[in-house]
Design a protein around this ligand. Structure first.
Ligand code: TYC
Length: 102
């Protein structure tokens, strides 16, 4: 019984110590050479976007210079940036991707 009475207090004290991890926006940058269709496929593949959503994001990047693909923890964001750059390099496109803390 003593334990039970204390349990709520201990859990609340621990909860206060656990901060949510920082989040990072993954952003795609525009360039004059990467084909639009290629960007759409990358967005569908790496960021699990529908074709419609991927087309919207691609057009935003094309018109405004950059766009956000998603928000993730540092490790996941970093893996996605590397995936995009890797696929682009493999196909010899200059597509660039970067991340920034929110
Ligand atoms: N601007 C490119 C073109 O006209 C298309 C493009 C869109 C490239 C988004 C990169 O992140 C990008 N072919």
């Amino acid at each position: 019984m003593r334990n039970q009475e204390h349990r709520g207090t201990v859990l609340e004290a621990e909860k206060a110590k656990v901060k949510p991890p920082p989040l990072y926006k993954v952003m795609l940058l525009n360039d004059d050479y990467t084909p639009m269709d290629f960007v759409v496929v990358v967005l569908q593949t790496v960021f699990a976007m529908s074709r419609e959503k991927a087309t919207q994001v691609m057009l935003q990047v094309h018109r405004e210079g950059m766009g956000v693909c998603g928000t993730y923890t540092r490790e996941v964001a970093s893996a996605k940036v590397e995936q995009v750059i890797g696929i682009a390099r493999k196909h010899q496109h200059p597509l660039q991707c970067t991340m920034e803390e929110t």
